[in-house]
Design a protein around this ligand. Structure first.
Ligand SMILES: Cc1cc2nc3c(=O)[nH]c(=O)nc-3n(C[C@H](O)[C@H](O)[C@H](O)COP(=O)(O)OP(=O)(O)OC[C@H]3O[C@@H](n4cnc5c(N)ncnc54)[C@H](O)[C@@H]3O)c2cc1C
Length: 428
């Protein structure tokens, strides 16, 4: 599925997160040499759980990471959507449905485990990952990434996978480029399942692996257990009250319980068991005019160019799709003179899809966080339609949108676009 180029480029990847490691793995499989420059002193992922949807599992298999991920992941049986009082609005089967319909499973996993699987695969492929290598700027004349301590790494291509506050993005644009505040924040915690076991009313959250959503006034809650039977991932979204100069701070449990005061009492019980909670400001990137420098071989990937609200659980999945697109397209390269053409094609393939997902995730904020009233009643009635219809508020249950999210095969898309572009080039 990933073609192998007969020339070998030197590629610099800035950022060793999920997106950066995925692209590094993909590019080595397509025949190139890659160095990953990571700002942190050690490789790790913060946060708690992450969902890996089928459009992402499909790629991880081709990157050679599936077996390790499956060892550490759970396969959720279903999505269950509830209102904030705990009444079920709609359920959607995931297993075995996703494997039968899309050929790939939906998974959930601890972020640290996911990241470790990617690091392990990168090491198997002898990828050079340099920690303590924060990039402060790009020397555009030399196509080189400059570290905070003055080291320079020159490459045929530089890929900025340095996340929401990307320095590579600022270098491409020649100015500081900031993400947009969504007005929401996320409290993330891991809650002990042995503690939850003392309360049988919480069994529905963890006994059968499922993703539960609770939609309520100004916020929503997502829960799913993680492999090993020790912890349950719980995220509470609500109005942003972080200090302006911080994007993550430790959170007071009392504040969360106050926010959930009128919600299903089982959620209050669940959150009362949290031992430590942090809250993150939720930001996104408005569609950028361009992802790659107009003349130099520097581009962006993942959150650096299309950070999204997590309301469709697609942020990392989109970074992995970007990675697969770059791996495929650079697998086709025959001469260095084609690099800029390939970066243009990458952006044309990826931008419309990632923009639709960023915008759809923003729309979810309006759908999930309705106050009780007419709009909420209409939403709940639409959820009750059987079978679910196009426009279903539980967006994964909308048959057209589900196919768009889960059925997408980035390799097929790249192959199609490559054939189209090269046939046109030959005709000219
Ligand atoms: C609450 C929440 C829940 C989410 N749930 C899901 C989910 O279920 N499914 C899903 O697919 N997505 C989810 N996401 C989104 C997902 O976490 C991100 O989209 C994904 O991690 C982006 O990966 P990335 O590699 O592009 O960026 P990042 O993960 O931000 O990685 C960037 C890396 O670059 C490094 N770096 C930063 N600056 C520099 C620099 N100057 N020089 C060198 N290195 C640098 C960082 O240290 C980091 O390692 C969620 C997000 C949130 C906030």
């Amino acid at each position: 599925m990933i073609p192998k180029s007969n020339i070998s480029l030197q590629i610099i990847v800035v950022g060793g997160g999920i997106g950066g490691l995925s692209v590094a793995i993909g590019l080595v499989l397509s025949g190139h040499k890659v160095v990953v420059l990571e700002k942190a002193h050690q490789l790790s992922e913060v946060g708690a759980g992450i969902q890996i949807p089928p459009n992402s599992t499909r790629i991880l298999e081709i990157l050679g990471c599936k077996a390790q991920i499956l060892e550490r992941a759970l396969v959720p049986k279903a999505y269950h959507f509830h209102n904030h009082k705990g009444d079920n609005l709609i359920s959607l089967e995931l297993d075995p449905y996703c494997a039968l319909k899309y050929g790939c499973k939906s998974l959930h996993i601890h972020r640290g485990d996911f990241h470790r699987c990617l690091v392990q695969r990168a090491r198997e492929l002898s990828i050079n990952i340099l920690v303590n290598s924060g990039i402060i700027d790009i020397d555009l004349d030399q196509n080189a990434a400059i570290t905070h301590d003055g080291r320079k790494y020159q490459g045929d291509v530089i890929i900025g996978a340095d996340g929401l506050n990307s320095n590579v993005r600022s270098s491409i644009y020649g100015r500081h480029s900031l993400p947009t505040n969504s007005g929401d924040q996320a409290y993330r915690s891991l809650i002990s399942i042995p503690e939850m076991n003392k309360h049988p009313e919480l069994d529905f959250i963890h006994k059968i692996p499922c993703v539960n959503f609770f939609w309520g006034p100004q916020g929503h809650v997502v829960t799913y257990p993680l492999k090993g039977g020790n912890s349950c991932n719980v995220v509470v979204m609500g109005p942003d009250n972080l200090p302006p100069d911080s994007s993550v701070v430790s959170a007071d449990k009392g504040e969360i319980l106050q926010f959930l005061k009128t919600w299903d009492s089982r959620l209050q019980l669940l959150l009362s068991l949290a031992t430590s909670t942090f809250k993150w400001r939720l930001q996104y990137i408005e569609e950028l005019d361009f992802w790659s420098h107009p003349t130099q071989n520097v581009t962006l990937l993942g959150d650096a160019c299309h950070a999204t609200l997590p309301y469709l659980a697609q942020g990392a999945a989109q970074a992995i799709e970007d990675a697969a697109a770059l791996a495929y397209l650079f697998g086709k390269i025959k001469d260095k003179s084609e690099i800029h053409f390939i970066l243009g094609m990458y952006e044309r393939i990826r931008k419309p899809r990632t923009s639709r997902i960023v915008n759809s995730s923003k729309e979810c904020q309006q759908i999930y966080h309705l106050q009780d009233g007419e709009k909420q009643e209409l939403r709940d009635l639409e959820c009750a339609l059987d079978p679910p219809q196009e426009g279903c508020p539980a967006r994964w249950a909308d048959p057209e949108f589900q196919e768009y999210l889960f059925g997408y095969n980035i390799f097929e898309e790249c192959e199609k676009q490559w054939l189209k572009a090269t046939t046109m080039k030959e005709k000219l």
